[in-house]
Design a binder for this molecule. Sequence first.
Ligand code: HEM
Length: 663
Amino acid sequence: MSLSIEIDLQNEVPTLLRYAYVEARNDSTNRQVSSFLWNRYPQMATSRNETDDWKSAFLGYSYPDTPFSRVVRAPSVPAILSGAEAHLESVDIAQNFNDPELLDKSFLNGPTNSTILLQEHSFLMSTFLLAVTLALILLLLWYPLRYWWRCYNLRSADDPSSPLSHLPLPPGSFGLPIIGETVSWITQGPKFNSNRRKKYGNVFKTSAITLPMVKVTGHEYVKKVLMGEHEEVTTVWPKVVQRVLGANGIVNTVGPSHKHKRRMASKAFTAKALNSYLPRLRINAEKNIKAMLDEERPRAYDRMLKLTFEFGISALLGFDLNSKEIKTSYNTFHDLVSNIFSMPYRIPGFGFDKAMNARTELLDKLQDQIRKKKEIVMEQLRNGEDVNYEEEPGALDIILHEVLQRSARKHECLNSQSLNNNYEGEVKENLTADPPEEPISDLALTEMGVELMFAGYYTSASALTSCILELSRNPKVFKKLENELLKSGILSGEDSIDENEDARPEFNLQAIQKLTYMEQVLKEAMRLRPPVLGGYRKAKRTFQIGPYRVPKGWYVIYNIRDTHEFEFENMDTFDPDRFAPGRDLGDNYRFIPFGGGPRTCVGRAYARLIIKLALIEMFRHFRKWELTSDKLPRMKAIPTLHPVDGLPLKLFPRERIGVVNTT
Ligand code: HEM
């Protein structure tokens, strides 16, 4: 009992102070005390008015409209006041007012130990009770919630019009209500798939981010999904990817328009086009690999990112930027790519917002360039000229040329007005061709430029880093590749390739394509560590996969890494001879680092070229490289597979660049 009185008094200190204050103010001789109290304990009333209310209330007045007066009229107040009075009687107010310390003691005494204990206990007790209540509620709701979640997902699988509705759904679990298996997916990494594959097989259902989906592994099922593009499935990238890359490029376009854009883009990756990129790429490769010599702690992945980015700027976009401009655009692209798999909530300063800001900045710059390029191409077309490969066009220039040329041919309106001023509208009006070819607008070309960069430089840097990693761990493979390069004559040649253009004979696409062992090494690196782990699709209609049905509207994810694991024995052994000429791989869909079917990677020939070029430069400059740690680096899958530490290397430069010591 006594404890509770103490608590009351403690809790009511402000009341006591108010009481004292009112008392003091009532007494005209005690004005001094009153102002002292006001200054010292301003917290006792939020305003003088409030105190006046209190005073009035205490004296028996009431102001019905003031909240304070309502408090005063509360039934507990008289009791508090009498408690306060009782307390004050034992305190000589007038005396204590002159002694602040005493006043503190009288009014603001801290709670006794037992009071604190009781307060802590009561806090713990109420937390405990709250937790128990919540647990009970959850327990009661658990089974109904799970049942609802199951029904909700099963309802989404209903497609009565489908002749396949009698087939069972793939095995698997929808996980926890609402969040599904999202948490396990994020936390378990590759084990998420492998554990479930062991349990359910190569086709299983799951649910993540509230969406029911089917995950597919193995050449048979993956082929079915990839070949079903446009008919049974359609590509659907996550929302943020869609927004950041835009709806007009290749990646997010579907149907005939997609086919048309791919056809245009593929012109930029013919042998002729690739050969025309080579001189620029070689200079860039040499500059970047050489720069590693000056670095205190060179990291392979970081350098390869810079290198593939610069490759992209010059060969894909066809820009000639100075080092400052390259650095600025590198940072902007980095913001775009590294945040492209963020949560779809645009909050200033967070991932999605950063990626969108980067998009706006890049589109602004690119659109300007495209307008200028367009004028040049228009002039060439008017003069009846084809792409001038001597002038080292970028992939985007070649695509632009193709787009404008086709449009001009098709509509027989090669006059500057129609193409310059209202290109999109003009073509739309006259469109009668079969299959329909959507006009490719400036925006579409701009978005294609951004997406070629996006799709190209992180992926290639990832594959290159895996090659470098495995070559450092497999000296025999290193030696064999070195010998191949030596025999080809590609390694010879002095330092400055731009000044000694003929120093390395036959340095062209065909010569690089003859490096079969290098191709094997690259394939094996991408088998073991595919840069892209899989792809997203959505079922356009209910379709069959194995003995199961995939319902219309469900998401389908095909697994690249898991397919390699399933299809190849000794997944973790690095053995380029798996891909030796004459070794029959069987079905093409057993090895799918570039995907397959109508959505197969558009830039794969370019990617293989730049990776090989960079490796050649590595061999020209270094007789050996080693990892700085004995342990394999930890890998991260987003945005593409890469070592978290950037893969620091110890480099062993060659005495003379390009000269291999064969002893
Ligand atoms: C080693 C490097 C690369 C790898 C491993 C890779 C992998 C892939 C994969 C797996 C896909 C299919 C995605 C899907 O099925 O949804 C793809 C698509 C694509 N890739 Fe690559 N890629 C690489 C380099 C490049 C480069 C250098 C470019 C451009 C120059 C590029 C441009 C594209 C484009 C535009 C698509 C979308 C195709 C479409 O939707 O029709 N990729 N890539």
